[in-house]
Design a protein. Structure first.
Ligand SMILES: [Zn+2]
Ligand SMILES: [Zn+2]
Length: 347
């Protein structure tokens, strides 16, 4: 099969022929039909992710068709159109058995712990637990675009934040995760406040449903600005960026008994921010983490997409080939693509 392959971190990947995968006993081989380009793939290629062994094939946001099944697979057959959460579960630990494979104790991630989807074919283990059947109404590129950003936002807003119609939602950071959260919040009937440093992103946030847009570079106190704009603070707030200051603003702009959801990763020096726990106690605030989304919750999201309530396809940018994806991947730190780039030609 053709695959985007690298033997050393930071050196230009090549599109070459590598051996076709075969299915594990409880797994499948998928023929990849569309796969998203994500900054996490750039970090992986640069050597920032300790899960990646060399040589490697990246890619973790995808749609595909089941090409071969292992003998233990019961729920899927050759020809099924599917996608997979970016955190896959083992299916047998306590978390997987209780429906929470997004925090599986033995989780694995195609494109990181295993070879990924920048290839014609990809093997995936524990298929019965991890595959999600795609309805006909959802095309391959849209399914691939759900990958990590949109599905992660769905869980953060709907399941962790428990956002309801008529409530206020604040979204700090209007990149892929933030814009998805704004669209999902609006679809639930909430009022959304978008916060970012870029006027361009704030304009995009407005077009996707934010009713208030706050440029944080123009405010002396972002949390006060959000509380003023919302009559006392928001019910749910999300740090979609992952920075001590956005995290703190997201907690302090809550109204009493509000819910903060941390989605943006806090890495290195940012991993242990100082948080206003005095306020968390006095106002009975709730603080959640959110990490991907389990496969069985995709049905609720896919139903909203099928009904047209959610339109993640609005976040898709360019469609490119596997060969064109090489320079696109290498340039991800220098050029902010507008929208999610989809690879759907494997040449
Ligand atoms: Zn991703
Ligand atoms: Zn597990």
């Amino acid at each position: 099969m053709k695959a985007m392959f690298y033997e050393r971190f930071g050196e230009a990947p090549e599109v070459i022929e590598v051996p076709d995968p075969s299915p594990p006993p409880a797994g499948v081989v998928l023929r990849i039909t569309a796969t998203g380009l994500c900054r996490s793939d750039w970090h992986g290629w640069m050597g920032h992710d300790p899960d990646i062994g060399l040589p490697h094939v990246p890619g973790h946001e995808f749609a595909g068709v089941v090409e071969a099944v292992g003998p233990e697979v019961k729920r899927f057959k050759v020809g099924d159109r599917v996608t997979v959460p970016f955190v896959s579960g083992c299916g047998h630990c306590f978390e997987c058995k209780s429906g929470n494979s997004q925090v599986c104790e033995e989780q694995f991630q195609p494109g990181f712990t295993h070879w990924g989807s920048y290839a014609e074919f990809m093997a995936l283990d524990y298929a019965d637990h991890n595959l999600v059947k795609l309805p006909d109404a959802i095309d391959d590129a849209t399914a691939a675009s759900l990958g990590c950003r949109f599905a992660t936002s769905f869980r953060a807003v709907v399941d962790q934040g428990r956002l309801k119609g008529g409530e206020w939602l604040a979204v700090h950071g209007c990149g892929g995760v933030g814009l998805s959260a704004i669209m999902i919040g609006k679809a639930l009937g909430a009022n959304v406040v978008a916060v970012d440093i870029s006027e361009e992103k704030l304009a995009l946030a407005r077009s996707l449903g934010a009713s208030v847009a706050i440029n944080s570079t123009r405010e002396t106190d972002v949390a006060v600005a959000v509380r003023d704009a919302t009559g006392g603070g928001v019910h749910v707030s999300i740090d979609a960026l992952g920075h001590p200051s956005t995290c703190c603003n997201s907690i302090v702009n809550l109204r009493r008994r509000g819910r903060h959801v941390q989605v943006g990763l806090m890495l290195a020096d940012h991993a242990t921010p100082q948080l206003p726990m005095d306020r968390v106690i006095a106002h009975e605030l709730e603080i959640y983490g959110s990490h991907g989304m389990q496969s069985w919750r995709y049905d609720a999201m896919l139903a909203m997409i099928g009904a047209g309530t959610l339109k993640p396809q609005q976040l898709i940018g360019r469609h490119i080939s596997l060969t064109e994806a090489v320079p696109a991947l290498m340039a991800m730190d220098r050029f902010a693509e507008s929208g999610i780039t989809i690879i759907d030609r494997f040449e």
